[in-house]
Design a protein around this ligand. Structure first.
Ligand SMILES: Cc1cc2nc3c(=O)[nH]c(=O)nc-3n(C[C@H](O)[C@H](O)[C@H](O)COP(=O)(O)O)c2cc1C
Length: 177
């Protein structure tokens, strides 16, 4: 099982979570870490190259900080140009069929804010519906998301714990559900 982790963070130098997650995953065999903003600083995504990468892997992970209840802009651009007609959808667009698809998201707001009655009102499952629908349309199996939430109260210890848990989950999601 080969896993591709697409990391989309516009400022990894100042990141705590995504940088730690990314560095940890680089130690894993059978995991390809793909740093999207480093690869495409001018947003000119090479769609063919990205599609080739997807074809070479069985499990696709999108890793990103939650920005305005969604993905950072480059990851949206990636979806728009890479998940093309005839590749990801359409009558012959079956290239992603059967792959596993997972989100790994850090959010500033804490978990309790993401529910009915919380200050962000909606759950992460509700807010990630467009990506769930994308996985569905392209025939991928949507796995439970890996989340780390609440940056204000994030201790070094909790970050380390999450980083190890992330590496374990990404390489073997079935053990964790
Ligand atoms: C432009 C921008 C938009 C953000 N939008 C949200 C948001 O909608 N919800 C949220 O919980 N946090 C939001 N945040 C906070 C980030 O999600 C948080 O800083 C990030 O996940 C921390 O990860 P890092 O240490 O890898 O940077 C936003 C931050 C920025 C800079």
């Amino acid at each position: 099982m080969k896993t591709l982790v697409i990391v989309a963070h516009p400022n990894l130098d100042q990141s705590r979570v995504n940088k730690a997650w990314m560095n940890r995953l680089q130690q894993e065999e059978n995991v390809t870490v793909h740093n999207l903003y480093a690869q495409y600083p001018t947003f000119e995504i090479d769609a063919e190259k990205e599609q080739q990468l997807l074809l070479e892997h069985d499990r696709i992970v999108l890793q990103f900080p939650f920005y305005w209840y969604s993905t950072p802009a480059l990851l949206k651009q990636w979806q728009d140009v890479v998940l093309a007609y005839g590749f990801a959808y359409g009558s012959e667009g079956n290239k992603l069929h059967g792959k596993e698809f997972m989100l790994a998201i850090s959010s500033g707001g804490p978990a309790e804010a993401y529910q009915a009655g919380g200050y962000n009102r909606y759950s992460m499952s509700e807010l990630t519906r467009p990506l769930q629908a994308t996985a569905n349309l392209s025939g991928m199996h949507f796995l439970p998301s890996f989340l780390l939430q609440g940056m204000m109260k994030l201790t070094e210890e909790r970050l380390q714990e999450s980083t190890e848990a992330f590496a374990a989950y990404v390489t073997n999601p079935t053990l964790h559900n």
